[in-house]
Design a protein around this ligand. Structure first.
Ligand code: ADP
Ligand code: MG
Length: 329
Protein backbone atom coordinates (compact mmCIF):
# COMPACT_ATOMS: atom_id res chain seq x y z
CA UNK A 1 0.00 0.00 0.00
CA UNK A 2 1.07 3.62 -0.40
CA UNK A 3 1.09 4.14 3.34
CA UNK A 4 3.40 1.21 3.74
CA UNK A 5 5.88 2.42 1.15
CA UNK A 6 6.32 5.64 3.13
CA UNK A 7 7.44 3.79 6.23
CA UNK A 8 11.12 4.24 7.01
CA UNK A 9 13.59 1.38 7.22
CA UNK A 10 15.65 1.22 10.38
CA UNK A 11 19.02 -0.44 10.73
CA UNK A 12 18.92 -3.09 13.39
CA UNK A 13 15.14 -3.51 13.32
CA UNK A 14 15.11 -6.22 10.65
CA UNK A 15 13.29 -8.59 12.96
CA UNK A 16 10.22 -6.36 12.75
CA UNK A 17 7.99 -5.39 9.87
CA UNK A 18 6.57 -1.89 10.35
CA UNK A 19 2.82 -1.79 9.77
CA UNK A 20 1.91 1.86 10.37
CA UNK A 21 2.85 4.95 12.31
CA UNK A 22 0.69 5.31 15.42
CA UNK A 23 2.42 7.97 17.46
CA UNK A 24 4.14 11.24 16.88
CA UNK A 25 5.87 12.40 20.01
CA UNK A 26 8.15 15.36 20.54
CA UNK A 27 11.28 13.20 20.46
CA UNK A 28 10.08 9.97 18.98
CA UNK A 29 7.96 8.16 16.42
CA UNK A 30 5.91 5.15 17.43
CA UNK A 31 5.06 2.41 14.96
CA UNK A 32 2.81 -0.58 15.00
CA UNK A 33 4.96 -3.49 13.87
CA UNK A 34 4.92 -7.24 13.45
CA UNK A 35 7.55 -9.42 15.05
CA UNK A 36 8.55 -11.71 12.17
CA UNK A 37 9.73 -14.42 14.54
CA UNK A 38 6.58 -14.71 16.63
CA UNK A 39 4.01 -13.10 14.32
CA UNK A 40 2.95 -10.90 17.22
CA UNK A 41 2.05 -7.23 16.88
CA UNK A 42 4.06 -4.76 18.97
CA UNK A 43 4.58 -1.02 19.27
CA UNK A 44 8.08 0.33 18.59
CA UNK A 45 9.13 3.70 19.93
CA UNK A 46 11.97 5.01 17.79
CA UNK A 47 14.00 7.94 19.04
CA UNK A 48 16.52 9.47 16.69
CA UNK A 49 19.80 10.18 18.41
CA UNK A 50 20.84 13.17 16.30
CA UNK A 51 17.41 14.73 16.30
CA UNK A 52 17.28 14.54 20.04
CA UNK A 53 20.18 16.93 20.06
CA UNK A 54 19.55 19.25 17.13
CA UNK A 55 15.91 20.09 17.81
CA UNK A 56 16.41 21.41 21.28
CA UNK A 57 19.88 22.71 21.52
CA UNK A 58 20.61 24.86 18.52
CA UNK A 59 21.41 27.70 20.90
CA UNK A 60 23.98 25.76 22.89
CA UNK A 61 27.76 25.91 22.70
CA UNK A 62 29.18 22.75 21.01
CA UNK A 63 30.78 21.53 24.22
CA UNK A 64 27.44 21.75 25.97
CA UNK A 65 25.75 19.94 23.09
CA UNK A 66 28.08 17.04 23.65
CA UNK A 67 27.21 16.96 27.31
CA UNK A 68 23.51 17.18 26.49
CA UNK A 69 23.87 14.19 24.20
CA UNK A 70 25.20 12.18 27.13
CA UNK A 71 22.33 13.40 29.30
CA UNK A 72 19.79 12.35 26.70
CA UNK A 73 21.35 8.95 26.40
CA UNK A 74 21.14 8.67 30.16
CA UNK A 75 17.48 9.71 30.03
CA UNK A 76 16.59 7.06 27.45
CA UNK A 77 18.47 4.41 29.39
CA UNK A 78 16.65 5.50 32.54
CA UNK A 79 13.30 5.14 30.76
CA UNK A 80 14.38 1.65 29.71
CA UNK A 81 15.61 0.77 33.18
CA UNK A 82 12.36 1.88 34.79
CA UNK A 83 10.23 0.02 32.26
CA UNK A 84 12.29 -3.16 32.67
CA UNK A 85 11.63 -3.08 36.38
CA UNK A 86 7.85 -2.79 36.20
CA UNK A 87 5.36 -5.60 35.92
CA UNK A 88 1.75 -4.58 36.31
CA UNK A 89 -1.46 -4.95 34.30
CA UNK A 90 -1.95 -1.19 34.13
CA UNK A 91 1.52 -0.34 32.83
CA UNK A 92 2.78 -0.77 29.28
CA UNK A 93 5.40 -3.51 29.15
CA UNK A 94 8.77 -3.13 27.50
CA UNK A 95 9.44 -6.24 25.43
CA UNK A 96 12.88 -5.42 24.10
CA UNK A 97 15.38 -2.59 23.82
CA UNK A 98 18.10 -2.02 21.26
CA UNK A 99 19.92 0.78 19.50
CA UNK A 100 21.77 1.53 16.28
CA UNK A 101 24.20 4.36 15.56
CA UNK A 102 21.35 6.77 14.95
CA UNK A 103 18.35 5.45 16.88
CA UNK A 104 17.07 3.98 20.11
CA UNK A 105 14.36 1.32 19.79
CA UNK A 106 11.92 0.55 22.56
CA UNK A 107 9.79 -2.46 21.61
CA UNK A 108 6.58 -2.27 23.64
CA UNK A 109 3.46 -4.31 24.13
CA UNK A 110 0.91 -2.88 21.71
CA UNK A 111 -2.21 -1.20 23.09
CA UNK A 112 -4.56 -1.52 20.14
CA UNK A 113 -7.13 0.88 21.54
CA UNK A 114 -4.78 3.85 21.37
CA UNK A 115 -4.91 6.92 23.58
CA UNK A 116 -7.54 7.66 26.20
CA UNK A 117 -7.38 11.15 24.74
CA UNK A 118 -8.99 9.97 21.51
CA UNK A 119 -11.81 8.22 23.35
CA UNK A 120 -12.62 11.41 25.25
CA UNK A 121 -12.72 13.30 21.98
CA UNK A 122 -14.91 10.60 20.42
CA UNK A 123 -17.38 10.33 23.30
CA UNK A 124 -17.29 14.04 24.24
CA UNK A 125 -17.27 12.98 27.89
CA UNK A 126 -17.61 9.83 30.00
CA UNK A 127 -20.33 8.70 32.38
CA UNK A 128 -19.27 8.62 36.02
CA UNK A 129 -19.11 4.83 35.91
CA UNK A 130 -16.88 4.75 32.86
CA UNK A 131 -14.66 7.51 34.27
CA UNK A 132 -14.39 5.54 37.52
CA UNK A 133 -13.48 2.37 35.61
CA UNK A 134 -10.67 4.19 33.82
CA UNK A 135 -9.30 6.28 36.69
CA UNK A 136 -9.29 3.27 39.03
CA UNK A 137 -6.91 1.48 36.70
CA UNK A 138 -4.74 4.55 36.16
CA UNK A 139 -4.48 4.96 39.93
CA UNK A 140 -3.75 1.26 40.38
CA UNK A 141 -0.80 1.67 38.01
CA UNK A 142 0.34 4.82 39.82
CA UNK A 143 0.06 3.12 43.21
CA UNK A 144 2.22 0.27 41.95
CA UNK A 145 4.82 2.70 40.59
CA UNK A 146 4.91 4.73 43.81
CA UNK A 147 4.86 1.91 46.31
CA UNK A 148 6.54 -1.02 44.61
CA UNK A 149 8.99 0.72 42.30
CA UNK A 150 9.72 4.06 43.97
CA UNK A 151 8.94 5.74 40.66
CA UNK A 152 7.02 8.96 40.06
CA UNK A 153 5.64 9.09 36.53
CA UNK A 154 5.42 12.90 36.25
CA UNK A 155 3.64 12.89 32.88
CA UNK A 156 0.23 11.32 33.51
CA UNK A 157 -2.14 12.71 30.87
CA UNK A 158 -4.73 11.35 28.43
CA UNK A 159 -2.11 11.03 25.64
CA UNK A 160 0.00 8.75 27.82
CA UNK A 161 -2.88 6.59 29.02
CA UNK A 162 -3.48 3.80 26.53
CA UNK A 163 -6.33 1.38 26.00
CA UNK A 164 -6.11 -2.33 25.27
CA UNK A 165 -7.82 -3.80 23.30
CA UNK A 166 -9.78 -1.62 20.84
CA UNK A 167 -12.83 -0.22 22.67
CA UNK A 168 -16.23 -1.02 21.25
CA UNK A 169 -18.22 2.16 21.55
CA UNK A 170 -21.06 2.81 19.12
CA UNK A 171 -20.70 6.49 18.34
CA UNK A 172 -24.35 7.52 18.43
CA UNK A 173 -24.93 6.17 21.91
CA UNK A 174 -22.37 8.39 23.57
CA UNK A 175 -23.24 9.22 27.13
CA UNK A 176 -26.72 7.60 27.15
CA UNK A 177 -25.03 4.29 26.81
CA UNK A 178 -23.56 4.69 30.26
CA UNK A 179 -26.68 6.24 31.80
CA UNK A 180 -27.06 5.24 35.40
CA UNK A 181 -30.51 3.58 35.01
CA UNK A 182 -29.08 0.80 32.91
CA UNK A 183 -26.61 -0.54 35.43
CA UNK A 184 -26.47 -4.12 34.26
CA UNK A 185 -25.82 -3.47 30.58
CA UNK A 186 -23.40 -0.78 31.45
CA UNK A 187 -21.46 -3.05 33.79
CA UNK A 188 -21.11 -5.58 31.04
CA UNK A 189 -20.18 -2.91 28.59
CA UNK A 190 -17.52 -1.12 30.52
CA UNK A 191 -15.86 -4.18 31.97
CA UNK A 192 -15.55 -5.81 28.60
CA UNK A 193 -17.24 -9.04 29.60
CA UNK A 194 -20.18 -8.51 27.33
CA UNK A 195 -20.14 -5.90 24.61
CA UNK A 196 -16.51 -4.89 24.94
CA UNK A 197 -16.18 -1.23 25.83
CA UNK A 198 -13.06 0.17 27.39
CA UNK A 199 -11.16 -2.75 28.79
CA UNK A 200 -7.65 -2.56 30.16
CA UNK A 201 -5.94 0.75 30.77
CA UNK A 202 -2.15 0.97 30.54
CA UNK A 203 0.11 3.85 31.48
CA UNK A 204 2.81 4.63 28.89
CA UNK A 205 5.69 7.07 28.38
CA UNK A 206 8.28 6.91 31.12
CA UNK A 207 10.38 9.60 29.49
CA UNK A 208 9.92 12.03 32.36
CA UNK A 209 9.78 9.53 35.19
CA UNK A 210 12.05 9.79 38.11
CA UNK A 211 13.15 7.21 40.62
CA UNK A 212 12.47 8.74 44.00
CA UNK A 213 14.53 8.41 47.10
CA UNK A 214 12.35 6.40 49.34
CA UNK A 215 13.56 4.41 52.29
CA UNK A 216 10.47 2.25 52.35
CA UNK A 217 10.84 1.00 48.78
CA UNK A 218 14.48 -0.13 48.98
CA UNK A 219 15.53 1.72 45.84
CA UNK A 220 19.30 1.87 45.30
CA UNK A 221 19.29 5.48 46.50
CA UNK A 222 17.57 4.85 49.81
CA UNK A 223 19.88 5.05 52.81
CA UNK A 224 17.80 4.58 55.90
CA UNK A 225 17.97 7.44 58.38
CA UNK A 226 20.59 9.57 56.66
CA UNK A 227 18.35 11.40 54.21
CA UNK A 228 18.05 15.18 54.75
CA UNK A 229 14.65 16.70 55.56
CA UNK A 230 14.35 18.59 52.26
CA UNK A 231 14.90 15.34 50.37
CA UNK A 232 12.37 13.52 52.49
CA UNK A 233 9.80 16.24 51.90
CA UNK A 234 10.69 16.45 48.23
CA UNK A 235 9.91 12.78 47.70
CA UNK A 236 6.55 13.28 49.39
CA UNK A 237 5.81 16.19 47.06
CA UNK A 238 7.01 14.35 44.01
CA UNK A 239 4.47 11.55 44.48
CA UNK A 240 1.80 14.19 44.81
CA UNK A 241 2.44 15.47 41.27
CA UNK A 242 0.93 12.25 39.94
CA UNK A 243 -2.10 12.74 42.21
CA UNK A 244 -2.64 16.22 40.78
CA UNK A 245 -2.48 14.75 37.27
CA UNK A 246 -4.98 12.03 38.20
CA UNK A 247 -7.30 14.86 39.30
CA UNK A 248 -6.85 16.61 35.94
CA UNK A 249 -7.54 13.41 33.99
CA UNK A 250 -10.63 12.62 36.08
CA UNK A 251 -11.96 16.16 35.66
CA UNK A 252 -11.41 15.96 31.89
CA UNK A 253 -13.13 12.59 31.51
CA UNK A 254 -16.19 13.75 33.43
CA UNK A 255 -16.87 16.96 31.47
CA UNK A 256 -14.84 16.70 28.27
CA UNK A 257 -12.52 19.66 28.79
CA UNK A 258 -9.49 20.16 31.06
CA UNK A 259 -9.65 21.98 34.41
CA UNK A 260 -7.01 24.52 33.43
CA UNK A 261 -6.86 26.03 30.00
CA UNK A 262 -5.67 29.27 28.46
CA UNK A 263 -4.33 30.24 25.04
CA UNK A 264 -1.41 31.94 26.74
CA UNK A 265 1.06 29.82 28.67
CA UNK A 266 1.56 32.67 31.15
CA UNK A 267 -2.11 32.92 32.07
CA UNK A 268 -2.40 29.14 32.15
CA UNK A 269 0.51 28.89 34.57
CA UNK A 270 -1.03 31.61 36.75
CA UNK A 271 -4.31 29.68 36.90
CA UNK A 272 -2.58 26.42 37.81
CA UNK A 273 -0.47 28.06 40.52
CA UNK A 274 -3.60 29.50 42.12
CA UNK A 275 -5.61 26.35 41.51
CA UNK A 276 -8.10 28.46 39.62
CA UNK A 277 -10.66 26.07 38.14
CA UNK A 278 -14.44 25.78 38.39
CA UNK A 279 -17.10 23.12 37.98
CA UNK A 280 -18.45 24.98 34.99
CA UNK A 281 -22.22 25.08 34.52
CA UNK A 282 -24.10 23.56 32.73
CA UNK A 283 -21.56 20.78 32.03
CA UNK A 284 -20.91 19.95 35.67
CA UNK A 285 -24.53 20.32 36.82
CA UNK A 286 -25.51 16.64 36.36
CA UNK A 287 -22.30 15.31 37.97
CA UNK A 288 -22.56 13.92 41.51
CA UNK A 289 -21.24 15.88 44.46
CA UNK A 290 -19.08 12.88 45.45
CA UNK A 291 -17.26 13.08 42.11
CA UNK A 292 -16.74 16.83 42.55
CA UNK A 293 -15.54 16.27 46.10
CA UNK A 294 -12.91 13.77 44.94
CA UNK A 295 -11.72 16.05 42.12
CA UNK A 296 -11.42 18.99 44.53
CA UNK A 297 -9.26 16.94 46.91
CA UNK A 298 -6.93 16.07 44.04
CA UNK A 299 -6.77 19.55 42.48
CA UNK A 300 -5.56 20.92 45.74
CA UNK A 301 -2.72 23.46 45.42
CA UNK A 302 -1.08 22.58 48.74
CA UNK A 303 0.58 19.18 48.23
CA UNK A 304 0.28 18.52 51.95
CA UNK A 305 -3.48 18.72 51.72
CA UNK A 306 -3.81 16.95 48.38
CA UNK A 307 -5.17 13.41 48.57
CA UNK A 308 -2.64 10.62 48.70
CA UNK A 309 -3.17 7.46 46.68
CA UNK A 310 -4.66 5.71 49.74
CA UNK A 311 -7.09 8.56 50.37
CA UNK A 312 -8.04 8.41 46.71
CA UNK A 313 -8.99 4.73 46.86
CA UNK A 314 -10.80 5.21 50.20
CA UNK A 315 -13.01 8.03 48.86
CA UNK A 316 -16.76 7.19 48.71
CA UNK A 317 -16.88 7.82 44.95
CA UNK A 318 -14.13 5.25 44.32
CA UNK A 319 -15.63 2.82 46.81
CA UNK A 320 -18.59 2.47 44.45
CA UNK A 321 -16.36 0.74 41.90
CA UNK A 322 -17.70 -2.66 40.88
CA UNK A 323 -14.71 -3.89 38.90
CA UNK A 324 -12.25 -3.94 41.81
CA UNK A 325 -11.95 -7.71 41.87
CA UNK A 326 -10.78 -7.66 38.24
CA UNK A 327 -8.04 -5.15 38.86
CA UNK A 328 -4.79 -6.03 40.56
CA UNK A 329 -3.82 -3.23 42.90
P1 ADP B 1 6.58 10.65 23.72
O1 ADP B 1 7.61 10.68 24.82
O2 ADP B 1 7.11 11.09 22.42
O3 ADP B 1 5.29 11.33 24.13
P2 ADP B 1 5.12 8.14 24.03
O4 ADP B 1 5.75 6.97 24.68
O5 ADP B 1 4.09 8.90 24.81
O6 ADP B 1 6.27 9.10 23.48
O7 ADP B 1 4.46 7.67 22.66
C1 ADP B 1 3.85 8.60 21.79
C2 ADP B 1 2.48 8.10 21.34
O8 ADP B 1 2.62 6.85 20.66
C3 ADP B 1 1.50 7.82 22.46
O9 ADP B 1 0.82 8.98 22.87
C4 ADP B 1 0.57 6.81 21.81
O10 ADP B 1 -0.35 7.42 20.95
C5 ADP B 1 1.54 5.98 20.94
N1 ADP B 1 2.02 4.80 21.68
C6 ADP B 1 3.11 4.74 22.48
N2 ADP B 1 3.27 3.50 23.00
C7 ADP B 1 2.26 2.76 22.53
C8 ADP B 1 1.84 1.38 22.70
N3 ADP B 1 2.54 0.55 23.48
N4 ADP B 1 0.71 0.96 22.07
C9 ADP B 1 0.01 1.82 21.30
N5 ADP B 1 0.34 3.10 21.09
C10 ADP B 1 1.44 3.58 21.68
MG1 MG C 1 3.81 10.84 25.50
Amino acid sequence: TSRKSKLPIYEGLERFELVEKIGDGAFSNVFKARDKETGKLVAIKVAQKRELNDKNNTHLHPSLKKRTKATERANILKEVQIMRGVNHNNIVKLVHFSESDDYYYLVLELCEGGELFHQIVKLTYFSEDLARHVIYQVAAGVRYLHEECGVVHRDIKPENILIDPIPIIPSKQKRDLFADEDKEDEGEFIHGRGGGGIGQIRIADFGLSKIIWDNSTKTPCGTAGYTAPEVVSDQRYSKSVDMWAIGCVLYTMLCGFPPFYDESIRSLTAKVVKGQYTFLSPWWDPISKEAKDLVSHLLCVDPNERYTIDQFFAHPWMQQYQGKKDTKL
